[in-house]
Design a protein around this ligand. Sequence first.
Ligand code: S3P
Length: 171
Amino acid sequence: MKNIVLIGFMGVGKGSIAREVVKKSKYISLDTDDLIESMENRSVRKIFEEEGEEYFRELEANISIWLQKSVQNTLISTGGGFYKVKNLKKIGTIVFLDSPFEEILKRIQEHPNAEKKLSKRPLLCDLDKAKELYELRRPSYLALADVVIDVTNKSAQECAKELLTKVKKHA
Ligand code: S3P
């Protein structure tokens, strides 16, 4: 089993879909933001505040090298900017979770923990800037993807099922 690498914009549902994939398969899962937080013993938000974005991107680059060398049979959920690491395609099958910006916002705002979801993501604080970032990134996400899942109006369970079918076909 090759690794599966989930990419996509903040709040698109990478974490929830990853949890459903794990339930339906034999994949072990990990999350690049969680790895960074445990290595640094502070939140992503704190790392952005105390060290700046460039430092955070260096941590992502280090993790990407480790993932390529040392991780197998794993579902890897990534932060929205992780797609920029140089070796992304060497880590595994790339699955892009796609949805219009407005749908992503709606999804976050309707979540019971909306405030927490927004406050833990420094790059989502300014919605105009976030929309610009979305427009800038979407073509790159699409270009890198081996598999694209449109998550709009689908449950995490439905997306997970579709993901496993499409990844199997792609292999
Ligand atoms: C980021 C997305 C975040 C986190 C960091 C930067 C980005 O992860 O890695 O705040 O650049 O899009 P999520 O996509 O899980 O929110």
